[in-house]
Each structure stands twice: as structure tokens, then as C-alpha cells.
Ligand binder design. Structure first.
Ligand code: ARG
Length: 461
């Protein structure tokens, strides 16, 4: 027997060293080293659990705890030395622990497997990232709500099919995105409940033979409780799928916001202008000021969706318990987390520093945006809506053929279409009034928008 594999955690039954090709393919340390803190603190809790179960003496567990603290300090100080045999973060930490405290380090892994260990590390890590991302999302909402309140007077055209539809408040549009983010926060809180459960003590798949108290271990690590089935505990990556799905949907929401703003920042619309801090220029066209920040926000939605698809495909058809396929969850998860950790603050920055051009918005308000109001005017005079829709359609057509705005059609022209049109029809052509009439809960009237702002603020408390 060669001793070439003695440095692995599993060398005993092997005669030959792993191929360098396999090492490169299999080793996860390059990406799972970011779990060092969770791995070490998880091991500390486990050492204490072993001591409580009577498997380690207090002296042994104290030695382990002191050694683990020293390993943690090396990571913290950025001086931890990776050795050539370090396959993953678990191996690296245990190897170093052995160098520091000697053979007692070999007792740490009693009854534990890297299968329950990695699942524990990762769930804990994600829980903390979830809380961080929720804070960033709340920050984005805070910025957008403040804008919506400050700019509540600004009117602009509302679009459906990218065609002029009805007048609205700029704030109503902004808040429409905020409500999607509010749902994202609710979804995140919900999936956190399923993520924050402890696999520790599940072993490789068949549980722990040393009667460690899984409930106590879970509590020590801040989990809401242990996962009830040992096989499920090591296999389950639903929480990663749920997170990636959450991230993908948030990516879609951010992308939609970005698209609206990119379009409106074009010269043709001119409704908004992205701050210089969040714009870039062209290397050839000196006049350019491009909304790259928002284009990247829109573009990142692709990788967020891709990460979800990748993991779903990896998990499909995987047989029971732990398989190495599961190692593929990490880079997808880290990528989605990292993507959002920068995308959310960038989006908040863009929204906060954006300038708007209320005159341009006002100028884009064409009379046809009030065609629905005109039909409603007839409804108030007793004309059934179907009929009033038809009559106003004729008025629109007439104005078009005379090449005048709808509001400039003479009373005689209106009355030629329907005798229900009276002198007071002129009063319909008021954008502010149109918006204010829509005073229903959730509507664009000043009061209704303010009501939304208050409601959103209760969620921010
Ligand atoms: N690096 C592995 C992963 O990310 C850790 C678990 C390894 N377990 C094993 N039986 N080889 O999934």
C-alpha cells in the first residue's frame, strides 16, 4: 500500500492515488471555501454535542474547540494555508485542526458524515444570505416608496401593448414594481422557514449512532429544528431550488423595471434620465450616454433563470440519499446570491438618482388617453357602456379624419354622433381629473396612491 492517499479523509481502502484529472474535477475547495465559517462553527457545535452525548471528554472537546477557533482565526486573518490534499472545506479544516492539536482532531468526525456536514453548512450560510438580501430588497423598496411619495403630483401616460392607454401617476407606475418586490420579500420569508432546518446528526444517510441530540444541535446553530428524516436531510436541495426560483423571479421583476426605464430614457420618450453615476459612454460616439446599469440588471435575469434550470436538471432522476451530483448546487447558488448582492444595490442606486422630466411626461399625454373617460361620461348620463364605447369610437375616428385632437372636436360634431353629448363634455378633457376619478382602492388617485404608500410602509416596519 502506498501512503499517497493518507491525506484524504477516505484513503484507507485505496492503493492508488486519485488521478490529477479527477482531483481537478472532483475537488470543491475552490468554491466551497467560502463556507469556512459555517463549517468551523458547525464543527464546534458538533464537538459540544459529542461531549454532551458522552463520546468526548470535556478535555477533548475543549481541545477541539480551541483548535477550531485557531483555524477560524487563520481564515479570518487570510493566512490559512491550503494544502495539496485539501479536497473540500471539510477536509481542509480537519487537516489543519490535526496539525494544530494532534490526534484528538480525528475524533471530531465521529458519527458525522460530510453529507450532513455540507448540508448543514450550506443551509446556515444561505439563511444568513437570505437575511442580507431581504435587507437589500427592503432598501430598494424604501428608496422607491420615498420617490413615489415625493413625486406623487407627476402625471404621465399609462401604456398597455406599449400603446397609449390611460393617464396615470408616475408614482402609481413606480409602486406597481414595489408591490412585486413586496411579494418577493414575502416569498423569501416563506422559503426561509424551510431552509432554516438542521441536517446535522443525519450522518451519511442513516442517522447518528452516538445518540447526539439533534434538537439541541439544531438550536445551537440557530436552526428552527432538525429535519425529520435522515435520508431526506442529506438529499434535500428543495430549499436551494426554492431560493433559485425566488432569485429568478426577482430577476424578472428587476428586468421589467429596467426595461421600462431604458425605454423611457430614450430621446423619443425622454421621460427619465439615468444619472451619470450609473451611465456609461461610447468609445466611438461622443454624444452617447447609455443606461448600462439597467441593461445589466435586465441581462442578469438570464443567469438567474439559468441557475434554476441547471439545478432542476441536476436533481431530476437522482437516486436516493447523497450523490456527488449534489455538489453542483453550490456554484449555482453562490452565483445567484452574488448576482443579487450587487444587482439590488445597483437598482436602488439607479432608482434613487434617476431624474424625471415631468414636462415631457405631460406633453406625451394625448387626448386619446381620455377616450375611456369620455365613454364613462356618457355612462353617467345613462348610456349603456357598450353603446358609449361605440359612440366614442366614432368620435375618435371623426377627430382623426378631421386631423384634430379629440378635445377640439366641436360640440356640433359630438352631437352629430350622439345627442347625449352636452356642453359639459369639454370638462372631460382634464388629465388630473381623470386620474382623480379613479379613487378606488389601489387606483392612481392621489389619495389611493398615498394609501398604498402607507400600506407598504407597514411592511417595512
Ligand atoms: N463537496 C461535497 C458537496 O459539496 C461535500 C460532501 C461530500 N460527500 C461525500 N460523500 N463525498 O456536496
Amino acid at each position: 500500500m502506498t501512503d499517497v492517499n493518507n491525506k484524504t479523509l477516505w484513503g484507507g481502502r485505496f492503493d492508488e492515488a486519485a488521478s490529477p484529472l479527477l482531483r481537478q474535477f472532483n475537488d470543491s475547495l475552490p468554491f466551497d471555501q467560502r463556507l469556512w465559517l459555517e463549517d468551523i462553527f458547525g464543527s464546534m457545535a458538533y464537538a459540544e454535542g459529542l461531549a454532551r452525548a458522552g463520546i468526548l471528554t470535556t478535555e477533548e472537546s475543549d481541545l477541539l474547540l480551541a483548535g477550531l477557533e485557531q483555524v477560524a482565526q487563520e481564515w479570518r486573518d487570510g493566512v490559512f494555508q491550503i494544502a495539496s490534499g485539501d479536497e473540500d472545506i471539510h477536509t481542509a479544516v480537519e487537516r489543519r485542526l490535526g496539525e494544530l492539536i494532534g490526534p484528538v482532531a480525528g475524533k471530531l468526525h465521529t458519527g458525522r458524515s460530510r453529507n450532513d456536514q455540507i448540508a448543514t453548512d450550506q443551509r446556515w450560510w444561505l439563511r444568513n444570505r437570505i437575511d442580507e438580501l431581504d435587507g437589500l430588497l427592503a432598501g430598494l423598496i424604501t428608496v422607491a416608496v420615498a420617490r413615489a411619495e415625493a413625486e406623487i403630483d407627476v402625471l404621465m401616460p399609462g401604456y398597455t401593448h406599449l400603446q397609449l392607454a390611460q393617464p396615470m401617476r408616475w408614482s402609481q407606475w413606480l409602486l406597481s414594481h414595489v408591490w412585486a418586490w413586496q411579494r418577493d420579500r414575502e416569498r423569501l420569508a416563506d422559503l426561509r422557514r424551510r431552509a432554516n432546518l438542521s441536517p446535522l446528526g443525519a450522518g451519511a444517510l442513516a442517522g447518528n449512532p452516538f445518540a447526539v441530540d439533534r434538537h439541541a444541535l439544531a438550536a445551537d446553530l440557530g436552526f428552527d429544528g432538525p429535519i425529520p428524516n435522515s435520508i431526506d436531510a442529506v438529499r434535500d436541495r428543495d430549499y436551494v431550488v426554492e431560493f433559485l426560483s425566488w432569485a429568478a423571479l426577482l430577476g424578472v421583476h428587476l428586468s421589467q423595471l429596467a426595461e421600462d426605464l431604458i425605454l423611457w430614457s430614450s430621446r423619443e420618450f425622454g421621460f427619465v434620465s439615468v444619472a451619470e453615476q450609473f451611465s456609461t459612454g461610447s468609445s466611438i460616439m461622443p454624444q452617447k450616454r447609455n443606461p448600462d446599469s439597467l441593461e445589466l440588471v435586465r441581462g442578469k435575469s438570464g443567469r438567474l433563470a439559468g441557475n434554476l434550470m441547471a439545478l432542476l436538471t441536476t436533481l431530476k432522476g437522482m437516486p436516493a440519499a447523497y450523490n456527488k451530483d449534489l455538489q453542483e448546487d453550490k456554484e449555482r447558488l453562490f452565483d445567484s446570491v452574488d448576482t443579487l448582492l450587487i444587482t439590488l444595490p445597483v437598482t436602488a442606486g439607479v432608482v434613487q438618482t434617476l431624474s424625471i422630466n415631468p414636462q415631457r411626461m405631460r406633453a406625451a399625454l394625448g387626448d386619446e388617453l381620455l377616450a375611456t373617460d369620455l365613454a364613462e361620461y356618457l355612462v353617467r348620463r345613462g348610456v349603456p357602456f357598450r353603446q358609449s364605447h361605440e359612440l366614442v369610437g366614432r368620435a375618435v375616428k371623426r377627430a382623426e379624419s378631421l386631423d384634430v385632437p379629440l378635445s377640439e372636436l366641436s360640440l356640433a360634431e359630438f352631437q352629430a354622433i350622439s345627442s347625449e353629448f352636452g356642453e359639459d363634455v369639454a370638462a372631460v378633457f382634464d388629465f388630473e381629473q381623470s386620474v382623480e376619478r379613479r379613487d378606488v382602492y389601489g387606483g392612481p388617485s392621489r389619495r389611493a396612491v398615498q394609501e398604498q404608500i402607507e400600506e407598504l410602509r407597514t411592511h417595512l416596519m
